[in-house]
Design a protein around this ligand. Sequence first.
Ligand code: NAD
Length: 499
Amino acid sequence: MKPTVDQACPIYVGGKWKQVEGRTGGPVFNPSRGSVIATVPMCGPEEVNEVVAAAKAAFPDWRDTPPNERAQVLFRVKILLEDAFEDLCLGISTEHGKTLSEARGDLRRGIEVVEFACGIPTLLMGESLENIARGIDCHTDRHPLGVVAGICPFNFPALVPMWMWPIAIACGNTFILKPSEKVPLTMQRVVALLEKAGLPPGVLNIVHGGRECVDALLEHPDVAAISFVGSTPVAREIHRKGTLHGKRVQAAGGAKNFIVLMPDADVDRTVEAVQDGAFGCAGERCMAGSTAVAVGEAGERLLPALAERVGAMKVGPTDVRESQPDMGAVISAEHKARVSGLIDAGERAGAKVLTDGRKTRVADAPDGYFLGPTVIDQVAPDNPLMATEVFGPVLAVLRAKTLDEAIAEANKQAFGNGAAIFTNSGKAAREFRRNVSAGMVGINVGVPAPLAYFPFSGWNDSFFGDLHIQGKEGVEFFTKRKTTTTRWFSFGDGEIWAK
Ligand code: NAD
């Protein structure tokens, strides 16, 4: 599939693709080139009412479709996704800027959620207890919520929407997807595959836009639940507004993930993992290892090798299959300027730049939003770099004398998504795992992002809500339980049958 050029993205409503008239079209960029490849309509209440009505109309039949039949659609789309895999990945690289191998990871993890959701007949099973009192039985079963909506960030055009819709629809809900306005094309292609797989009209709908569109979803009385992934200020607000309107909400927010480097860590493997954690997807990952704390001699042991590896990374365009760099562009010109400005501020505050991505130029793609990988050492806890999520190719390195000091530094953060330690000491690893205030922990694993079967269990300001995305918590989120207590009286001692 060639990257889509100059298309106006339609909404998808009741099984039909529909161009929206009269709404401003936001630009969708190819970050490798700085060119506009599509436009996305900034929808409002009118279009939201339309998709909600379609989803509501489709709900009764879809709810009554047996779970094993619903799963068949997912089995079929899994095959179609595999067939289209490489084309979809090039599309991801083109609209997002990440490398093809990172795009493969993005889609592969998403397909794993489809595979997980194929097990829905088992996942939906309830519980029962016979004879809770003489002659009385009790059982619980799970019911879909109705119309549910998913609002997504730009950084995983495939995976994040696929955290949501496979589980939501497998549970019998009908779904409204609001992809990131920066990367709407990937899900457009995936939903075309769902259509081919036989998903009935209205079970999954797409609407586009930003705040106005999201507000209309949050306020709509027929939307039962909102699954949100994005930055912390927006996640907090979505949770507040959504719950205020009586909806079930799970809202995953931003992050600033700490990687603690102990003096006994394996040098080569740690350096490789830290490099990948900080600079994979150009640092635009909610599980990016953006902040390293070198304990004791760890800095002297690890940093020279790290700086050398990072300095050798090739940065460039990712939209050409044959020549892939080690790292692609960031999402936009504004984001590039913001990240660059944060490095300036960090340096002004006294930190030492070891490798400087601000100077990177890419000759064959001069208009792309490229920043090279930056390692910045001796970052003090009060450095401006520490006050915010950078979300770019920057590794800030702090120094600490002890593990306790490193954990205390990590725990000062308002966020609590991921945290990792590199060590050969079981005791240090255990202490870290128990005491670090983050919901996803890596022991000699730089990006401890859980797979589809486990919850994506962020803590603190990285998550607002009760039930996390993915895994059994995802099934719990998209269903409500009904508990039935049953007693049967004897009916005329069988006389009725005797007649
Ligand atoms: P964002 O918060 O700017 O946007 C996310 C979504 O919210 C988009 O669909 C956008 O249209 C919508 N939106 C933006 N502003 C809004 C507002 N004021 N009101 C209502 N809706 C609004 O996030 P982004 O820049 O697209 O994505 C990057 C962020 O997402 C980072 O902070 C990253 O850490 C986070 N993220 C978190 C996780 C996680 O699991 N915790 C996973 C991926 C990304």
